[in-house]
Design a protein around this ligand. Structure first.
Ligand code: NAD
Length: 478
């Protein structure tokens, strides 16, 4: 939403849409171009510093993020995530930045190749100015996975927050940027036109994008016209497979419920379709419903008891409700998961959490990413079927749940996802050490791990041949 003159982005509170969570100045295309040119000037000096000076400066800058309670409250008000989860996300993002520093120290040093006369070195060179375009569902960590490795590698970064969650991210970026050379890190705010202006800025040398596939395609097309490389973290319709020997322990059932319902299901790597072997399906559904009704407390995100808030917008609420209605038409049986003590503002964009049983693999709710708190269970008998189903569709991650860890490991490893998990999914399966990213329509490039650091520099080869080598001869041994 914008004000009448279009100067400000206005963000309503999705739990109480008649309240404004805040407003932020919209950057015009001219502002974006000026920011890119200032970023390029700052980057040249930043890249010339030695690594330890950059690392010391960044440690101090990330350490300047303060006022956690106020930041978490702003974030809960602008995007509906429970306030404790918001504080957790900010702390996780800062821990991620610290983890990247160690990787950068180890991976960015010159790599001297080979023995003998002459000099051969591979040096990691920054790209220049990075455009970091992020969605609203985890705005701080999805920006930090780009900001920290890019700055450590010697780049400048312009961050484009989502207009659905611009407030907290812009505030955190400003706190960090205040301790860095002017212009090196900045948020530019607005919608699609701001993102387009950013990718079009001549100084932008790489795009790191997280968001949906439709926008991802537009971003990729624009970047490709300028030959700029990109990291694409797109959507997923991630399968979770339960084998016939699965034991529904309390810990596992709780992990399973959070695998799908964290952030009201609005997580890229949430378990979005559950494939349960028919031999355990009844026990599984009973245990799932009991666990979810015990755990889930839907309410105002600012209430510390709330662990499931509203969805992001009226449009998302309408879309998910339509998907639920279609699931009923497709023969699904809706099992409500809301417990008796939930209490939420009626006018907010709330969608009650639901499990839908009785669907087949071709139902819309199973086929497409729902990005909300409604989750299908499909039963299966033949492992070949479930393997084929799970392999169809976009998978960022996939998981297999079983008491036989070896069998589950082999099945998980054979699935076409970027992150394959055993007896874990979503947050319970996450590790700083492992690269995260998609395959096929869920994207390419990686975040986290060594691979996530190396996205922000390119290998540059330096070679001084040994004196006396014969320039006309082919190099290498005959
Ligand atoms: P979105 O694709 O609508 O928007 C993402 C960002 O792109 C926003 O900042 C938006 O303003 C900007 N944008 C829109 N049009 C643009 C254009 N033409 N050029 C440049 N920028 C443009 O996504 P969303 O609704 O904010 O997020 C939800 C989607 O993101 C889901 O599909 C989810 O699965 C996906 N997601 C993926 C990951 C991952 O790591 N792979 C993580 C979180 C979310």
């Amino acid at each position: 939403m914008a004000d009448a003159q279009g100067k400000w982005l206005l963000r309503e509170n999705p739990a109480r849409p008649d309240e404004l969570a805040g407003r932020i100045r919209r950057d015009s295309p001219a502002d974006v171009l000026a920011a890119a040119s200032a970023a390029a000037a700052a980057q040249r000096e930043w890249a010339a510093l030695d690594f330890e000076t950059r690392a010391d400066t960044l440690r101090m800058a990330f350490g300047a993020v303060e006022g956690m309670d106020a930041l978490a409250r702003t974030m809960a008000s602008e995007m509906g995530k429970p306030v404790g989860e918001c504080a957790g996300e900010i702390r996780f993002a800062l821990a991620f930045a610290a983890d990247m520093e160690g990787r950068a120290r180890r991976l960015l040093a010159d790599d001297v190749r080979g023995e003998g006369p002459g000099r051969r070195v591979v040096r990691r060179a920054p790209y220049g100015v990075i455009a970091a375009i992020v969605p609203w569902n985890a705005p701080i960590i999805l920006a930090m996975t780009k900001i920290a490795p890019a700055l450590l590698s010697g780049n400048a970064v312009l961050v484009k927050p989502s207009p659905f969650a611009p407030l907290t991210l812009s505030a955190i970026v400003a706190m960090i940027a205040a301790h860095l050379p002017p212009g090196l890190l900045r948020a530019v705010n607005g919608g699609a036109e701001t993102g387009e202006a950013l990718i079009g800025a001549p100084e932008v040398a790489k795009v790191a994008f997280t968001g949906g596939g439709t926008v991802g395609r537009a971003v990729l097309e624009q970047a490709s016209r300028r030959f700029i490389p990109s990291v694409m973290e797109l959507g997923g319709n991630d399968p979770l497979i339960v084998l016939e020997d699965f034991e529904p322990t309390t810990a596992r059932m709780e992990a399973l419920v959070w695998a799908s319902f964290l952030n009201a299901g609005q997580v890229c790597m949430a378990a979005k379709r559950l494939y349960v072997h028919e031999a355990v399906a009844d026990r599984f559904v009973d245990a799932y419903v009991e666990t979810a009704r015990r755990l889930l407390h839907m309410g105002d995100p600012l209430d510390p008891r709330t662990n499931i808030g509203p969805v992001i917008s009226a449009q998302a609420q309408g879309r998910i409700s339509r998907v639920a209605a279609q699931a009923r038409c497709d023969g699904g049986m809706v099992v409500p998961l809301l417990n008796d003590f939930s209490d939420y503002p009626e006018q907010g964009y709330f969608v009650a959490p639901q499990l839908v049983t009785g669907l087949t693999d071709d139902a819309e709710l199973v086929r497409d990413e729902q990005f909300g708190p409604i989750v299908p269970v499909v039963t299966w008998r033949d492992e070949a079927d479930v393997h084929r189903w799970a392999a169809t569709g976009d998978c960022l991650s996939a998981s297999v749940w079983s008491s036989d860890a070896e069998r589950a490991w082999d099945l998980a490893a054979s699935l076409p996802a970027g992150l394959c998990l055993v007896n874990a999914h979503n947050r319970s399966g996450f590790s700083f050490d492992l690269p995260f990213g998609g395959s096929g329509p869920s994207g390419f490039g990686r975040e986290y791990g060594d691979e996530g650091l190396l996205e922000y520099s390119m290998p540059k080869a330096l070679h001084q041949p040994a004196t006396g080598s014969v320039a006309s001869a082919y190099p290498g041994k005959s």
